[in-house]
Design a protein. Structure first.
Length: 702
């Protein structure tokens, strides 16, 4: 009798679980449809489609934890909540003045069977242009303090897409992009030969960095990245080349684990942006929408700006960061022996301040102003810079007064050489120094192997460090431009004082290495810039002959350098070349004077990753528009319809374009400037040279 009673109950429980396993739940927004279920093994599974086409095929989710190496199976679905939201918000600065945040949210409440009965929620947000999802560990998760050994999130692709990728390196995003099908991804040869990158740690030859841009054979554009990366390592993707499955691969810490967490905690959002139009990927605000609103109450001190700098002359070898050629030899009085090549000397800085003031440029970056550069790199030493002691030929007080008299801000430079512990200890002192001497922004840098030794640029410890720096900078009302941090994930919404990051292969590679192929800047907006602005440092006018290395040259025309101010969005744009090189082309420099760094509106006119991009943007608070059009190594005609202009108004368009015989390799400095009257019915056909571009300012006629 007793046996009879027990058996049916057990069967019933199994049966119940099995029924649940079949239960599918969906959420949609226009063409985007998410499906979620828990499979027969209790593994959470999601899939995504766009207009009925598969984008992500059924893919598993979950973790390996220290407490539970199978925190991905044995789950049961306790219930599902669904909500929708639709509101607009105004970023402090950006590509547009107003952003709509419109989504359907589905929260799956899960509980693991077994004694621990641990819980986890998965929150999905479905937008018109894609999906964001994250794992939440509520207080009731029964996890307490826990360690993530691996995140197992999968993205199973529906085809062997064309992909634009860089290696999944724990310490660098500065690789050139490779275009290949997913099944041919293999980073080993590229990592091996990239000796121009300071630190390379890419142990998995089948791992790639995000944002990963892909295009399917049937015309879908798919971008995978993450949003709101905080207190967690960056997500890279391990590629299963046979199954076409991408699996989250978190950057490890010094002891080989991934993240130390304490519930309640929510992971960063995993994002999939999708459309049948490439332009929609560039216009997407999905990642910004998944970030928290600004934590800075009064943001009136945050100002996008253009800047010049004592910088390119060091990059190209004309001057040095260091004051002396010797770290260990001193003169009779114990002082450094000057080499005579030090760039950041008072007179030279004044020259840049004068140039900035004469041309309406707000800032002057000065690198190499502080002691420590004689042996700053390659020794993995902890005490490198103190961030407050100038070299003897850099007069802090005199330059402070001079810059103020000219209405120009000097931009502080804090290179850490990767010694984050040193910066952590000295940061308050450094920010107080900035406050005391009129510096309102800082460019940070992390060239070299990280200290704490064993940590990586993109691991949890450093993610927390970079975020801590921007929080602390906000406290001191300082704006940040971070070089060598993890790539951005939209956190600039939360900390709008973090204006820009490098975190990618900038224009500088054309100075100290073989540089960037002409297609590079047509890929960046689809990859690196998906998470946020890049300090690419455009505006090089002397395109050949700037380096003593034979054959070294820029891989663009001069007109393309101008176009980059529009196509590579950043609230912080450098005019990177030397004043004397601008002096030779002041008619073209007029575009850099005019182009703003903050916008009310943005229209993507034409776009194809790896081939071309044309973008129009409307100046913040003004009626003027600016257009940038670029191409790869192939000449093309940009077809620009100006229908974004206001009805009934006439405008003067100044077109800065490649001369008919221009070519990035042979004749990069050949350009023509043309003025025409345009209105909203105008369609311009502008010829772009191989490796070329065009920049257009469109001002209302008075
Ligand atoms: C690398 C940065 O990208 C570059 O801009 C800077 O000049 C050097 N580090 C030195 O800090
Ligand atoms: Ca191409």
């Amino acid at each position: 009798m007793i046996h009879f009673k027990i058996v049916p109950v057990v069967l019933f429980v199994f049966f119940l679980h099995d029924v649940r396993a079949q239960q599918e739940t969906t959420a949609e927004m226009k063409k985007v449809r998410l499906t979620f279920n828990v499979d027969r093994e209790g593994i959470p599974v999601y899939s995504l489609s766009y207009a009925g086409k598969a984008v992500i095929k059924p893919s598993r989710m979950g973790f390996r934890l220290d407490k539970d190496s199978s925190f991905y199976r044995g789950f049961q679905l306790l219930g599902v909540d669904k909500t929708t939201a639709d509101h607009t918000w105004q970023p402090v600065w950006g590509e547009v003045g107003e952003i709509r945040d419109h989504y359907t949210q589905l929260t799956a409440h899960l509980q693991q069977r077994g004694d621990a009965r641990r819980r986890m929620d998965i929150v999905f947000r479905v937008f018109e242009d894609g999906l964001g999802f994250r794992y939440e560990f509520p207080l009731e998760s029964r996890l307490g303090y826990f360690v993530v050994a691996d995140e197992l999130t999968q993205f199973t692709l529906a085809g062997d897409h064309k992909a634009f990728w860089i290696p999944g390196d724990y310490d660098s995003n500065e690789y050139p992009y490779t275009t290949s099908v997913v099944s041919e991804i293999d980073n080993a040869a590229l990592v091996e030969k990239s000796t121009d990158i300071a630190v390379r740690v890419a142990p998995d030859r089948y791992a790639v960095q995000t944002p990963l841009m892909m295009k399917s054979a049937d015309g879908l554009y798919i971008n995978i990245h993450e949003a709101a990366l905080a207190n967690y390592p960056a997500m890279q993707l391990h590629v299963d080349r046979a199954l076409l499955t991408l699996t989250s691969a978190l950057v490890p810490d010094a002891v080989g684990t991934k993240a130390y967490l304490h519930a309640p905690y929510a992971t960063p959002w995993r994002t999939v942006i999708v459309s049948d139009k490439a332009a929609d990927i560039l216009a997407s605000k999905l990642i910004l929408n998944l970030n928290e609103p600004s934590k800075i109450g009064d943001s009136s001190w945050i100002h996008p700006m253009k800047f010049v700098g004592v910088w390119w002359e060091m990059q190209t070898g004309k001057a040095t960061w260091s004051y002396s050629d010797y770290a260990d030899s001193v003169d009779a009085k114990g002082g450094l022996i000057p080499s005579g090549k030090h760039g950041a000397n008072t007179a030279n800085v004044k020259r840049y301040i004068d140039f900035a003031a004469a041309n309406g440029i707000g800032g002057v970056l000065v690198e190499g102003w502080n002691v420590g550069w004689e042996d700053w790199f390659g020794n993995w030493k902890e005490e490198v810079f103190d961030f407050v002691t100038p070299y003897p030929d850099f007069n802090v007080a005199e330059l402070e007064a001079y810059a103020a008299s000219k209405g120009v801000k000097i931009i502080m430079h804090n290179e850490t050489s990767g010694s984050a512990t040193n910066y952590d200890r000295r940061m308050d002192t450094a920010f107080r120094f900035m406050r005391a001497h009129g510096y309102t922004s800082v460019k940070t840098g992390y060239v070299g192997k990280i200290i704490p030794r064993g940590e990586h640029h993109d691991g949890q410890w450093m993610v927390n460090h970079y975020n801590r720096v921007s929080e602390k900078a906000a406290y001191y009302h300082v704006m940040v431009d971070a070089h060598e941090p993890m790539r951005p994930t939209g956190m600039q919404r939360t900390y709008p004082n973090w204006l820009a990051s490098e975190a990618g292969r900038g224009n500088e590679y054309n100075a100290f290495s073989n540089g960037n192929e002409p297609e590079h800047e047509t890929i960046l907006p689809f990859t690196r810039l998906i998470g946020g602005p890049m300090d690419y440092t455009p505006g090089i006018f002397k395109l050949k002959g700037y380096s003593t290395v034979p054959g070294r040259q820029m891989h663009t025309t001069l007109a393309k350098q101008l176009a980059l101010y529009v196509t590579l969005y950043s609230p912080l744009q450098m005019a990177a070349d030397l004043p004397e090189n601008y002096a030779a082309h002041m008619d073209a420099f007029q575009f850099i004077r005019d182009v703003p760094v903050d916008w009310d509106d943005t229209r993507i006119l034409e776009a194809e990753p790896g081939d071309y991009i044309s973008i129009a943007r409307k100046e913040k608070g003004k009626g003027s528009w600016f257009v940038g059009a670029i191409t790869d190594e192939h000449a093309r005609t940009a077809a620009l319809s100006l229908d974004f202009l206001s009805d009934g108004k006439k405008y003067t368009a100044t077109i800065y374009k490649d001369a008919p015989d221009a070519d990035w390799k042979e004749k990069p400095e050949a350009y023509v400037i043309e003025k025409v009257t345009v209105d909203r019915k105008t369609k311009l056909a502008v010829k772009l040279a191989a490796g070329g571009g065009a920049a257009i300012s469109i001002m209302e006629k008075k």
